[in-house]
Structure formats: C-alpha cells, structure tokens
Write a protein that binds this ligand. Structure first.
Ligand code: UD1
Length: 367
C-alpha cells in the first residue's frame, strides 16, 4: 500500500480550527501521513498555543517561527524557511487553508518544487483587491491542483477565472466541522460568569481588518459606535493585537474610558469565544470566519465591511454586510434589539463532514 505524505500548513489563528479536523481524519488512515508545519505567523500564546491545546491539535512537527513583519518580509521569510522544509520532508502533497500570508507563501513554494497543492476554502471572492486576503485567495487558487470549496458561489468564481472544473470539489466547511465538534464542550465554558455576563444580554465585537483599524478616523468612528451600543447592553470586545496597538498608538484609550460598558478584553481561546458567540444577542465583526460561525449558531451578525467573500451567510444565514457607516450599523443593531431579524438556515454541506470528504478525495486520487 502506498502512503500519501502530506504537509499540512498553518500560520495564523483562523487556520487552526480549519486544519484540526483534516489532521484528525488523515491520522485515522493507514494510507496517509500528516506532517504539520506551523509558520509562526501568529505566535502569542492567546493567538496560537491555546488553540492547539483546545482543538486537540498535535504539536507541530515543524515550527518556523517567522513572526510578524511587512507583507513582503513575512511572505518572503515563510517561503525561504518552507522551501527547506519541503527539501527535507519530500511530501507528495502540500495542503493549505484559508487566505492568510502563510497560505500563498507555502503554496507558491510547493508548486515551484513540483509538489501537488490542495487549497481548502478555495474560490471565495470579495472582489476587493485592496484586501491582502483577496490577493492571497486569487493567487493560491490559480496554482492549486485540488480546490475544496465551502459554498456554490465559489464554483462560479473559479470557473470565471479559468480554473478547470475537475479540480473543484464542493465539500462543505471544515471550520464548521470544528464548531460542531466543540459546541457542547464550549457550552461548559465559565467565561460568561467570569465576565459577569448573562446570555443574550450582551453584544460581542471583533475588529481587526486593516481597513477598519489602520485609519484613525475610521477606527474612532467605530469605537464611538460601540459606545452608543453600550447604552443598551454591555459590549464585549476581545481585542486582536493589531487593534490593541492601533488603539494605543492613536491615543484612543481616553475616549474609551468614557464608555465603561465597552469591555476591551484579551483575545479569547476557542472554547470561550465560541461560548460568547453562541450566547451573544448579536455579533458585530469584520472577520470572515465569524460570519460563517454565527450563521451556523443562528446568532445575528452585522459585518462592518463593504463586501463579503462568503455570500451564503447573507443569502441563507443570519449575516448582513453594512459597511462602516455608523448610522447603518446602529440601524441594523436597533432591528435586532427589537426582535426583527431573519432566522436563516444552515448552508448546504455544513454538516461536520467536510474534512472526511476532503481526505477521501485525496486518497482516491492517490490510489
Ligand atoms: C492575519 C491575516 C488575516 C486574519 C488574521 C486573524 C494575513 C494577510 N492576514 O492578520 O487574514 O483574519 O490574521 O487573526 O495573513 N501580532 C501579535 N501577536 C501575534 C500575531 C500578530 O502581536 O501572535 C501583531 C503584530 O504586531 C503584527 C500584527 O499583529 O504586526 C498583525 O499580524 P499579521 O499576522 O501580520 O496579520 P493579522 O492582522 O493578524
């Protein structure tokens, strides 16, 4: 029996929950070997190790420790280190997930060494090329041999970009595999007690996109929106390190002191965050993944971005995309607080079995 040797890549926080079920499904098979490489794009305990522990991910076999930097520097460093890894490990296939800099950096190295490439969460498009993630998505898809998609819109996007249909596989959503697997455990998290919160009586916020937090005028307006929302109920805001830095640099801490009901806390681990999402009255976010997770949880989500690459969360789920206009955000929030919100439904194939499907397709192709 031949064994398919796969290097699975993670780099940043949203990658960990996507790779966990894939590694688990590969490890359960005799005909696959999984080697886990962590680029170290995210390195803080709360941004990385905590997730490995809670998701039951094996310790990375190889840790590159590249850390932060400008896009060119970070991507370049990952490529140099990862090339050496592939020379040593000689895998049959490299599997990358999502849209972070580690995704394109490792994908590019793999194809240049004539190693097959699989991209999980392919085909999503915001059509906004100013987003670093959009560039990462478009380029990774162009060079991939296997494109695993989470929603049907991705199929059209890929076909429009000239990708051969036989490379595209609609498998569902691995991040939702992880959510469904951990939802019960998350229900036992004591985080609400620790924060003094009651279910459905708080608003959960995350903001970290460069477009929202790197411009002082935009960030100030968004923080003021949080102040207004906090008159209705506590606003809990686990702050990404990038956002924390910007708040300090722009001197917004004083302004935030005027809003005692806006609670800036450290980033949470996976289970605590899942518990908070599942219990919030609604979520205000600029994240990609949270739009999908709230859809599955049936929790209203307001997305403070001009676009979404995950349209099924709007057409079928609980999400609305409103941009960063404070009036629009407050208007949608008002609707939710008045009980006037769509219920949504679970998108096709978001059933907890996406990783299983991916692994089966890879194994069948190798047989
Ligand atoms: C990255 C991803 C983004 C994803 C986000 C989730 C890219 C282009 N962006 O953005 O798609 O939504 O992760 O978190 O890959 N920092 C720390 N500790 C850490 C990691 C980062 O302090 O563990 C700080 C550093 O100062 C760094 C900044 O956060 O400069 C940004 O980190 P970086 O990995 O460059 O991008 P993110 O904004 O985290």
């Amino acid at each position: 029996m031949s064994v398919l040797r796969v290097v699975n890549v993670v780099g940043a926080r949203p990658n960990f929950m996507k790779i966990a079920p894939i590694v688990e499904a590969m490890q359960a098979r005799q005909d696959m070997e999984s080697i886990l490489v962590h680029t170290g794009q995210h390195y803080d305990h709360v941004m990385s190790d905590l997730f490995f522990n809670q998701l039951g991910l094996p310790k990375p076999d190889i840790y590159l420790g590249v850390g932060s930097g400008s896009h060119g520097e970070q991507t370049g460093k990952i490529m140099i280190e990862f090339e050496q890894v592939l020379k040593d490990v000689k895998p049959d296939l490299v599997l990358v997930v999502g849209d972070v800099n580690s995704t394109i950096a490792c994908g590019l190295v793999a194809v240049k060494m004539s190693i097959q490439l699989a991209h999980v969460e392919a085909g999503l498009r915001s059509f906004d090329r100013t987003m670093p993630e959009e560039i990462n998505r478009v380029l990774t898809d162009q060079i991939s041999d296997y494109l695993f998609i989470t929603e049907r819109s991705a199929f059209e996007n890929l076909r429009n970009e000239g990708i051969a249909e036989d490379k595209i596989h609609f498998v569902g959503n691995v991040m939702i595999d992880t959510l469904l697997r951990h939802r019960k455990r998350a229900a036992d998290s004591p985080v609400l007690n620790h924060l003094g919160l009651e279910p459905r009586k708080f608003i959960l916020v995350t903001l970290h996109r460069p477009a929202n937090v790197d411009d002082p005028e935009i960030l100030e307006k968004l923080l003021q929106v949080l102040g207004t929302l906090s008159r209705d109920m506590p606003v809990v805001f686990p702050v990404h390190p990038r956002t924390r830095k910007q708040v300090q640099q722009f001197g917004f801490e004083n302004m935030l002191r005027r809003f005692p009901n806006v609670r800036l806390i450290e980033p949470l681990g996976y289970l605590d965050f899942l518990k908070c999402m599942d219990s919030a009255r609604f979520v205000l976010t600029d994240s990609g993944g949270i739009q999908e997770e709230t859809t599955v949880l049936g929790v209203p989500c307001i997305t403070a971005r001009e676009n979404t690459e995950r349209p099924v969360t709007v057409t079928q789920g609980t999400n609305v995309v409103v941009g960063r206009n404070p009036e629009r955000i407050l208007q949608e929030a008002r609707k939710i607080l008045e009980g006037n919100w769509k219920t949504g439904q679970i998108p096709e194939l978001w059933d907890g079995k996406a990783a299983e499907r991916i692994v089966q397709i890879l194994a069948a192709a190798d047989a």
